[in-house]
Design a protein around this ligand. Structure first.
Ligand SMILES: [Zn+2]
Length: 265
């Protein structure tokens, strides 16, 4: 063994077999310092008259990049509140949520047949509290079904949605936005400040950029893959026709897609 090799060997055995107990984490976003997105947060946090209330499926926190947290930090304290559960209200949040549910100023973003475009809501009657359900579409539907109190709220939907900037995880359909993008778009409408959307989603852009540069795969949505014949499951004429017409907010298109797939199999 040469001296250099011996030295290299010494270096190697000096490295602990176990990783350090704790990676350096950012105090604010709780992410490792190298992937901290805090420098992209609006400074100071944005003051809004509306409030966002997120009803979050417990699995969502683990599964996603936790964009709700970006929203909380991007807005003034108290302007974005997150409640976790599979049905609402529940014993943990009953008192606080019941007040919100009883208020005529509360809107629920949910793509039902009764929902009206958010753009048509009378803004002079605000400020509003906007409820968002955070989870996959099946989780959101399950939360809605098991929370009857949500059914009597004024329901709204977003009409103008772009292709998601949230490129890391496969979106169920084009126009299906991450929680942050959805909330930012809604606030832009409710506050009549179009620039809010791009300002609030900057931390997400930074995170996606980092992930892409470091090897995360850029997924295309299932809808994109289907349209471009890259989806592994063969699709029929009816579904492909439907996909060509579907340009709705998350929910409508996915539901149709699922129904069509079920009918074929
Ligand atoms: Zn941070």
């Amino acid at each position: 063994m040469t001296t250099t090799e011996a030295e290299a060997w010494q270096d190697l055995v000096a490295i602990s077999a176990d990783p350090p107990d704790r990676r350096d984490k950012c105090e604010q976003c709780k992410r490792p310092v190298v992937v901290c997105w805090c420098s992209e947060l609006p400074q100071p946090p944005i003051a809004v008259s509306s409030q966002i209330v997120i009803l979050q499926h417990p699995a969502e926190e683990k599964r996603s990049l936790r964009t709700a947290h970006m929203l909380q930090l991007g807005l003034e304290p108290g302007k974005c509140v997150v409640y976790k559960g599979k049905r609402f209200p529940n014993t943990k949040n009953y008192a606080e949520l019941q007040t919100i549910f009883d208020s005529p100023q509360t809107l629920l973003l949910y793509p039902s047949k009764d929902s009206v475009p958010l753009e048509q809501i009378e803004r002079s009657r605000g400020p509003y509290t906007l409820l968002l359900i955070d989870g996959t579409w099946p989780q959101a539907k399950a939360i809605y079904a098991s929370s009857p109190v949500l059914h009597r709220l004024q329901q709204v939907k977003l009409i103008a949605v772009g292709i998601s900037d949230y490129v890391i995880r496969t979106q169920p359909t084009e126009g299906c936005l991450s929680t942050l993008e959805t909330a930012a778009q809604c606030l832009a409408v409710l506050e009549s400040k179009p620039e809010l959307r791009s300002t609030l989603v900057r931390p997400l852009h930074a995170l996606c950029k980092y992930q892409l540069e470091n090897g995360a795969v850029e997924h295309q949505s299932k809808e994109f893959l289907l349209k471009n014949n890259q989806y592994p499951k063969p699709i029929g004429k009816r579904l492909s026709r439907l996909l060509n017409y579907s340009n709705t907010v998350c929910g409508g298109a996915l539901e149709l897609e699922q129904r069509a797939v079920e009918q074929q199999t």
